[in-house]
Write a protein that binds this ligand. Structure first.
Ligand SMILES: Cc1cc2nc3c(=O)[nH]c(=O)nc-3n(C[C@H](O)[C@H](O)[C@H](O)COP(=O)(O)OP(=O)(O)OC[C@H]3O[C@@H](n4cnc5c(N)ncnc54)[C@H](O)[C@@H]3O)c2cc1C
Length: 412
């Protein structure tokens, strides 16, 4: 997608009438809040701006990997994550329409476990920490794009909930506004990393449930990936006695059922008996959430002064459970470049390129493996065959998940 800098408008209303911010971060999901925490800890004056109001629900499988748990613990000191009520996750269980199962350990090399935690709890935890460090948080503010002056980004502008135009001046802007980032649309390029035609267009759907029959619920400590033709539905227990159902399915199904997701679920979930039993015993506790056009893509801001982080930088196939982890680890990769740009008053193209190279060096292998993983695991027949290998099949699956993590660093 190309950008046209002449479209960008300058707006004089200010989010903060005082002196300009060092950094304006657009998006207060895990990557934006992580970035805000890291910059604020280094002494930067930060504005963190989000279209929503927190705590807010978000479409996600709500599985936080062991590496992601470690990242949150680095960002939010103390025992607040432990007290969040998140459910420990030790293994992943794949089920197929033929009723076969494959199961793998997903604990980290040090035995550290993952966590099932709702996005309303996780994102609010990170945002609260940013706020406590003095970050100026603006909720209910949708940013439409960066403000340009003499070919450089000098802030962002958008609208508050009342429709009032707002703007924030900042030396550096960080786009952390997720997949389909408006900041990247206005100031950069996005390229798909999935081979066209290799898989159908996918949409995501999510709903929180309580499950009356414990035997039908996802077993405690396990995240379920229940395969269906062309996609899958994940099940993960989260805090508050709820189970999160979150899936990726071909977009043609959404069209076929004209957006009636209950009808779609009744008809398609019956194709997998484990998922069907869970769905039959479930009582929804919230509405469906959906997102269209889920694909793997890499984005690059092209204007001096705008960095990007999290899904706005690049997405990963959700099946590996790496998106949240990459959002926070990615902020750790990019933050030093933002701080260097602020210290040297140099946010030119070279600084942006260096940040992008560091991000690719850290995550490209993981993105490629998760994509291969998606293609292999959404072939129920392949999983049927692997399940015939008994514990060798389970070991293969464990090795696959382990390969999507950072290699273990051995220090002498
Ligand atoms: C179906 C599906 C299931 C997934 N399951 C998992 C999983 O189980 N585990 C996992 O680790 N990852 C999972 N992911 C991936 C994970 O959800 C993302 O990688 C993660 O949310 C990225 O975090 P982020 O902070 O970059 O963006 P987001 O979490 O998307 O946050 C972006 C924020 O920006 C705000 N925003 C957007 N536009 C604007 C604007 N114009 N102005 C102001 N604010 C704006 C939004 O309100 C939002 O709060 C899944 C993804 C999908 C599609």
């Amino acid at each position: 997608m190309r950008f046209d800098p002449t479209e960008l408008a300058f707006d004089t209303n200010s989010l903060d009438a005082g002196r300009p911010f060092d950094a304006a971060i657009v998006g207060a999901g895990p990557s934006g809040s992580a970035m805000a925490i890291l910059l604020a800890r280094a002494g930067a004056r930060v504005a963190l701006i989000d279209a929503g109001r927190f705590p807010r629900d978000k479409l996600c499988g709500e599985y936080l990997s062991p590496e992601g748990v470690e990242a949150v613990e680095r960002l939010v000191p103390g025992d607040r994550l432990a007290r969040s009520g998140g459910r420990p996750i030790r293994s992943v269980r794949l089920t197929t329409p033929r009723g076969r199962t494959l199961e793998a350990e997903v604990a980290g090399p040090d035995g550290r476990v993952g966590l099932g935690l709702s996005r309303s709890a996780l994102d609010a935890l990170l945002l609260d920490e940013a706020r406590s460090l003095g970050v100026s948080v603006f909720e209910g503010t949708r940013i439409s794009g960066p403000i340009l002056q003499d070919g450089r980004v000098v802030g962002v502008s958008g609208r508050g909930e009342s429709g009032r135009p707002v703007a924030a001046r900042a030396s550096v802007v960080v786009a952390a506004d997720g997949r389909h980032s408006a900041q990247i649309r206005r100031s950069g390029t996005t390229r798909a990393r999935s081979l066209p035609g290799l898989r159908p267009r996918l949409f995501g759907l999510k709903r929180h449930l309580t499950v009356s029959d414990p035997a039908s619920d996802e077993p405690s400590g396990t995240v379920g990936l229940h395969l269906l033709p062309g996609g899958y539905v994940g099940a993960c227990r989260v805090e508050g006695g709820r189970t999160n159902l979150c899936g990726l399915l071909p977009e043609r199904l959404s069209r076929q059922y004209r957006g009636d997701l209950d009808a779609l679920a009744d008809a398609t979930f019956s194709g997998n008996r484990t998922l069907s039993a869970l769905w039959q015993a479930a009582e929804p506790t919230g509405p469906w959430k959906t997102v269209a056009g889920v694909r793997v893509e890499t984005s690059s801001p092209r204007l001096p002064g705008i960095f990007s982080s999290g899904d706005a930088r690049g997405t990963v196939d959700p099946l590996g459970g790496q998106g949240l982890t990459m959002a926070m680890l990615g902020a750790e990769v990019i933050a030093p470049f933002v701080l260097r740009a602020l210290a040297r008053n140099d946010e030119g193209p070279a600084a942006l390129r260096a940040a992008q190279r560091a991000w690719h060096a850290r995550f490209d292998r993981r993105v490629t493996l998760c994509r291969a993983f998606h293609h292999a695991l959404v072939q129920p027949s392949l999983i049927d065959v692997a399940s015939l290998l008994g514990r060798w099949g389970n070991t293969l699956l464990s090795l696959g998940f382990a390969a999507t993590r950072d290699p273990v660093r051995i220090s002498c």
